[in-house]
Design a protein around this ligand. Structure first.
Ligand code: URA
Length: 200
């Protein structure tokens, strides 16, 4: 099998296992698991927190209001959804969109780890404090406020191979606080600039 076909088969298998996952109780109230989607050859993977209502009902990541914000930020950066991979740290919706619990993150993130190890994107963009805490935590990096470190480039091997990481604010932040739009646009400008640099 060609490499791409093999990676697609592995990703499809991970997705079907996520749909049946019972490693934590979140599946009980969820409609669908939301494994994530995008390009096998993505140079950048965006990692959100957990599915919301729309995502739960459609089984796809970032298709609700926060997704519209993400889509417009991607367009502004010259990226299309097809060219990137979009996933979450938690694959089933927490009831009422509450924050995922530490035990749920621990139970669920081996799936994300497998996805990252299959796609091997050179750039990771954790969106918001939960995804950022998970990714930077794997490099022993701690932070207090996401606004202090978003847009900063980190380098390391959080998943066992060299990657760059730029945390960004969560797109949903703009829904509660329109002033965070400017901050997010700056984060995405830096993502675009870094991708251009990485291609040279
Ligand atoms: N928020 C997230 O973090 N992920 C989604 O998929 C949708 C909203």
């Amino acid at each position: 099998m060609a490499d791409n076909e093999q990676s697609r088969a592995i990703l499809d298998q991970i997705s079907s296992q996520i749909m049946k996952c019972r490693r934590c109780p979140l599946w009980e109230e969820a409609t669908h698991g939301v494994p994530g989607e995008g390009s096998l050859c993505a140079r950048v993977m965006f990692i959100g927190e957990a599915p919301g209502e729309q995502e739960d009902s459609l089984g796809r990541p970032f298709v609700g209001r926060a997704g519209k914000v993400l889509d417009s930020l991607l367009t502004g950066t010259g990226l299309s959804r097809d060219a990137v991979f979009i996933a979450n740290i938690v694959k089933h919706r927490p009831p009422g969109n509450r924050d995922p619990l530490p035990d749920e993150v621990t139970a669920c993130t081996p799936w994300l780890e497998q996805q990252i190890n299959t796609i091997r994107p050179p750039l990771l963009v954790p969106l918001g404090r939960h995804a950022t805490r998970y990714v930077l935590g794997r490099m022993g990096v701690e932070f207090v406020k996401i606004t202090d470190i978003s847009g900063t480039v980190f380098e390391g091997e959080p998943f066992g191979f060299p990657q760059k990481i730029i945390p960004a604010l969560h797109p949903a932040a703009t829904l509660h606080n329109p002033r965070s739009r400017e901050h997010l646009e700056e984060d995405f400008r830096r993502i675009g600039n870094l991708l251009t640099e990485m291609e040279q």
